[in-house]
Design a protein around this ligand. Structure first.
Ligand code: ZN
Length: 666
């Protein structure tokens, strides 16, 4: 697929081909108008009059004059050019991000258009099919089935229907070169090309009406059979050429799957941990509001999946995810609520704040014997918080930071002990390192296994790798972070690290609350040892976590009815819950001094001591932590009532954590 699609300022370009549709085209335009009003997204209609002689264009022009609120372009082909020709032509003339053909004869009800268009952005391609088509004869049905079977056989895909008008990105339509300019078979040609290129897709059942315009017309004319034959030959030869050149295509865009695209309604993507292709969507995820990892609200949507082989929970890395993440990172503000000051971690008994980098480094000093001098690589160094803490706690080391963008280069380079800052893939950073720290970075990386393999090449003999990631079993709110591509557990992060050629020394759950810290050394090479089996927690925990999140919304909503309602926290969990509850939230409560006196989502942030008396405060934390906080606040600030989220069903059956493994290094 083209890595950088052309920019668009309209959501949809709707291409309406017409050949003598004067009696019906007004109805078509009216259906489009109503459907798009329901969807509420921007669009343009591109009518192509393909050589009509019945005044179709005049009808379109009259309708356009009556509806100045719609953008309708009319293009007239001087002679009949065929739908396939006009389709590509319209894709080039359009400006929308997504592109779809809508037949000029008004065969599609509003609900069908709404259903198809509202899936824009969730997958690359939406393929409609029609379980019941009123008015179609048994003969035509049989013919249609036979045709579908033939195309599936020749293309190697398993699609229910090849004559439905697909929704795709406009640039995908621009890249298509049809095998014929005729009427029959061109949609099958388009669909098979999109799937062969690795597009993710979904098939949706929709309602359609079959219109027999000319009762005598038969699909079995010489012209139709010839055109269909050409298409079928084209589909098969394309399959052959992709089979021969697939490896090259894969190298061109390694993220683009070229093999798994036959799965129906499932996701044509490889597991981030085990590279398996049996990946199931987690039902209901798309209904949740989401948040960005810099704690900003993010709209509902997105797709969460579980690998059936290793149990890893992950996002589907498709065009939609990539473009969302690009948007998130474009506006990224590190430690956004605290104005750039690193997030504090609280001792829930004392309420004392510690900067998270200091806490990690204290654990590191206590658990690993660091030499006086060495070279550290901080992967995903942000604005340099960890490097700054390291340089003051453990001076004498040479420090290197790396980030995706250059945004904080000057700030990082100014830190004492920092030798260089790089914004390049880790494999390209010169030299090797005694310590590599990957804190809150791996869960963002779409291909974490490849990334760890690259890092392994940078680790000196006897060097130590430290990876810290959120643990979604301890903290289900992590699933709601839109730009986290993998949601790890102790088992899946361990499997990933070992399969990338490291030897795991220890897996700590107590360095940071709700997080996993893996300590690993350079191993013998990429391991092929068996990965965890199908009974791993992800399959169970993903739906269970979503159910728990739903129960959190319900519980908070109930408390909110009492009025004077606030949420404890102003980070991921509270931001998410506030988006779910909307105006019911009156304020946030936070103990982090850097956030006090500020507002979040338009609401004030209070210290517990400043919360108005008689208020209700909902503790937005995973259940065990929430209890500790509530007990402490009830003692120190008893003027308001504290409410706990429902108990998390998994909290008592904690997953097994690997015992630390003795290092046999000298
Ligand atoms: Zn897997």
């Amino acid at each position: 697929m083209t890595p950088s699609p052309p920019s668009s300022d309209v959501d949809f370009t709707l291409f309406v081909p017409c050949l003598n549709e004067a009696p019906r085209v007004e109805g078509t335009l009216e259906t489009v108008r109503v459907a798009l009003q329901q969807i509420g997204r921007s669009y343009e209609v591109l009518v192509v009059d393909d050589g009509s002689s019945d005044g179709t264009s005049a009808v379109v022009e009259r309708y356009r004059a009556q509806h100045p609120e719609m953008t309708i372009h009319l293009h007239r082909n001087p002679v009949n050019c065929g739908v396939a020709y006009s389709f590509v032509e319209a894709a080039f003339r359009g400006r929308g991000e997504y592109f779809r053909l809508i037949w000029g004869d008004n065969t599609e009800p509003v609900e069908t258009q709404v259903r198809i268009l509202s899936l824009a952005g969730q997958v690359d391609v939406v393929i409609p099919y029609y379980p019941d088509v009123a008015g179609k004869s048994a003969f035509r049905l049989a013919l249609s089935r036979c045709y579908t079977g033939l195309v599936n056989g020749l293309s190697g895909f398993k699609v229910r229907y090849y004559n439905g008008s697909v929704l795709c990105r406009r640039y995908q339509a621009m890249r298509w070169s049809p095998h014929n300019h005729g009427f029959t078979g061109f949609l099958a040609d388009l669909i098979t090309q999109l799937l062969a290129e690795g597009a993710t897709y979904t098939e949706v059942a929709v309602v359609g009406v079959h219109v027999e315009k000319d009762k005598k017309a038969t699909p079995l004319t010489f012209h139709n059979l010839f055109s269909t034959g050409l298409t079928l030959i084209g589909i098969f030869t394309r399959r052959l050429s992709y089979a021969i050149y697939r490896r090259k295509l894969g190298r061109l865009n390694p993220k683009s799957p070229t093999t798994a695209a036959t799965a129906r309604d499932a996701v044509a993507i490889r597991c981030h941990v085990c590279a398996g292709s049996s990946i199931d969507p987690v039902a209901g995820y798309e209904a949740f509001h989401r948040v960005t990892s810099d704690c900003k609200p993010w709209p509902a949507g997105g797709r969460l999946c579980v690998c059936r082989t290793c149990g890893c929970i992950q996002k589907v890395i498709d065009q939609a995810w990539r473009s969302e993440v690009a948007q998130i990172y474009d506006n990224y503000t590190i430690y956004y609520q605290s104005g750039g000051v690193e997030q504090a971690v609280f001792d829930q008994n004392s309420g004392q704040a510690v900067r998270r980098s200091n806490r990690v480094l204290q654990h590191l000093q206590a658990n690993a014997e660091l030499p006086k001098h060495g070279r550290l690589l901080d992967v995903g160094c942000g604005n340099g918080a960890l490097l700054r803490a390291f340089s003051s706690l453990i001076p004498g080391w040479s420090l290197v930071g790396t980030e995706l963008s250059d945004k904080y280069r000057l700030a990082v380079e100014a830190i004492p002990g920092v030798e260089a800052f790089y914004a390049c893939p880790p494999g390209e950073i010169p030299g090797s390192f005694d310590l590599i720290i990957v804190m809150h970075a791996l869960e963002h990386i779409p291909a974490p296994a490849d990334f760890l393999v690259q890092l392994r090449g940078k680790l000196a003999a006897g060097g130590l790798l430290i990876v810290e990631v959120p643990d979604h079993l301890q903290n289900p709110f992590d699933l709601l972070i839109a730009d986290h591509s993998t949601h790890f557990t102790a088992a899946t992060i361990a499997a990933l690290i070992e399969s990338a050629g490291y030897r795991l020394d220890a897996m700590a759950t107590d360095w940071m609350p709700k997080e996993l810290t893996a300590l690993a050394r350079r191993g013998e090479g990429r391991s092929t040892q068996s990965l965890p089996g199908a009974s791993m927690p992800g399959i169970v925990s993903a739906p269970r976590s979503l159910a728990w999140l739903r129960s959190v919304i319900a519980a908070a909503r109930e408390v909110a009815t009492a009025g004077n309602f606030g949420l404890f926290g102003s980070s991921i969990a509270a931001t998410w819950l506030a988006s779910e509850l909307g105006e019911a939230v009156d304020f946030f409560v936070d103990e982090d001094p850097s956030r006090l006196g500020k507002t979040h989502m338009g609401k004030p942030i209070y210290h517990p001591r400043d919360v108005p008396a008689q208020s209700h405060v909902f503790i937005t934390l995973p259940a065990p932590l929430a209890r500790d906080v509530a007990l402490r606040l009830e003692k120190s600030h008893p003027a308001c009532t504290y409410h706990l989220p429902p108990a998390f069903p998994g909290q008592h059956e904690r997953h097994r954590v690997r015992a630390p493994i003795e290092s046999d290094d000298p």
